[in-house]
Design a protein around this ligand. Structure first.
Ligand SMILES: Cc1cc2nc3c(=O)[nH]c(=O)nc-3n(C[C@H](O)[C@H](O)[C@H](O)COP(=O)(O)OP(=O)(O)OC[C@H]3O[C@@H](n4cnc5c(N)ncnc54)[C@H](O)[C@@H]3O)c2cc1C
Length: 380
């Protein structure tokens, strides 16, 4: 079997690696002419995502390790604490680079400048046509082409579009701010607005936050506005909140800002010989901290299904059954978190330790403990 994997971001390379492990020949076709080195901000890979990446051959030797989540208010009071397995916080650029090294080592073909525009799905195979006029044929086509997926549109022209959640995301680093933390903890501060931060091994504080802005902006439009203007807006939004005030005073750049988006439920994940994986099928909002992890899990599950089930439509249907409840549960929880990230009221703040103890911590641990048994036979 030969698989055409459309999209060379995160899900694409993981899918190709997992397919190769399943004995299926895979090639990756990426729209951009160049590699994405240095592009993007920070993302978290949770323990469940690290386990899926390990199956695909990528060890958790990237980024910085994190073990605890600490919820705090803007006066520095701890509201709750969750200890899970070890996650890794990493720039998208580094994760992408590691996956690229792995695909090169495994001699998986990754072609750039191949923007998919059309698919012909026949009884005996599938042919992808790219904007440069070239085409490729295979047995299955995997749409790992992100939140604005062309494959999703081809599978179902009525498929929903990503939704802007009303928040712009920003990240940066603060030097010599006087703010410190346990290096293995990520802190989530619920004040006038929401702010997350952690201390890096070099002592700098990495932080990320959201700004409620009703009209969406693209990452390019955001990048056209000077960093100092965004930082000033954030300083006004946070006022005297701690540690935001100190971190913003000691930051001079904004890294990888972009609109926070999520995919509403995608009704069709597959059709004929085409199937979706990663953000094209299920992009929970960034609040979940699970986007890249779920993409890796889906890639591995798809490879298992194609390994064990000969009939392609049945393999795709089984893959969807395995994945849909999990990814939609996490997306729903992330949507609830978004409303908290606009800032929480005094009552919620008071109840936060209890809420975290009973609901948050339980769901969080369950999400992180999910493991795929690669060797187990997939049953229909
Ligand atoms: C440039 C970039 C920066 C990002 N930065 C962050 C970040 O800072 N923090 C964060 O949490 N998440 C970020 N993400 C999203 C994150 O990578 C994903 O949520 C997650 O890793 C799932 O990955 P994915 O491979 O499904 O989608 P993506 O990572 O979006 O990859 C999809 C790939 O498909 C390619 N593609 C799209 N259309 C076509 C087409 N028609 N033909 C061929 N190829 C196509 C895209 O160029 C891209 O390389 C970023 C995504 C991108 C593309």
């Amino acid at each position: 079997m030969r698989a055409l994997v459309i999209g060379g971001g995160i899900a694409g390379p993981v899918t190709a690696l997992a397919l190769q492990k399943a004995g299926i020949d895979a090639a990756v076709f990426e729209a951009y002419d160049t590699t994405a080195d240095g592009v993007g901000g920070m993302l978290t890979v949770a323990p469940n995502g690290l386990a899926a990446l390990k199956i695909a051959g990528l060890e958790a030797e990237f980024g910085d390790p994190l073990r605890h989540m600490v919820m705090a208010d803007a006066q520095g009071r701890t509201l709750g604490r969750i200890t899970g397995g070890t996650s890794r916080v990493v720039t998208r650029a580094e994760l992408y680079q590691r996956l690229r090294e792995r695909t090169v080592a495994q001699r998986i073909k990754v072609e750039h400048g191949k923007r998919l525009v059309e698919v012909e799905s026949r009884e005996d195979g599938v042919t992808a046509t790219f904007s440069d006029g070239t085409s490729e044929s295979g047995d299955v086509l995997v749409g790992a082409d992100g939140i604005r997926s062309a494959v999703r549109e081809i599978i179902d022209p009525g498929a929903p579009e990503p939704e802007y959640v009303g928040l712009l995301g920003f990240g940066s680093y603060a030097e010599s701010s006087g703010v410190h933390g346990d290096p293995e903890s990520m802190y989530f501060v619920f004040g006038s607005s929401f702010l997350g931060y952690w201390e890096q091994p070099d002592g700098k504080i990495a932080w990320f936050t959201n700004l409620a802005v009703p009209e969406p902006m693209t990452a390019a439009e955001m990048a056209a506005i000077p960093a100092e203007s965004w930082l000033d807006r954030l300083r006004v939004a946070y006022g005297d909140d701690l540690p935001a005030k100190r971190l913003l005073a000691h930051s001079s750049t904004v890294i990888g800002g972009g609109p926070l988006e999520m995919m509403p439920t995608v009704p069709r994940w597959h059709h004929d010989r085409m199937v979706l994986v990663g953000d094209s099928a299920h992009a929970p909002s960034a609040s979940s901290g699970q986007g890249a992890s779920l993409a890796a899990e889906s890639a591995v599950q798809l490879a298992r299904c194609l390994r064990d089930i000969r009939d392609i439509p049945t393999a795709f249907a089984t893959y969807e059954q395995l994945r849909r409840p999990r990814v939609e549960g996490i997306a729903a929880r992330a949507a609830r978190t978004n409303s908290n990230k606009r800032g929480i009221g005094p009552i919620t703040r008071l109840l936060m330790p209890l809420v975290m103890k009973t609901f948050g911590a339980k769901a969080f641990t369950k999400d992180q403990n999910y493991r795929i048994d690669w060797d187990a036979q997939v049953s229909r």
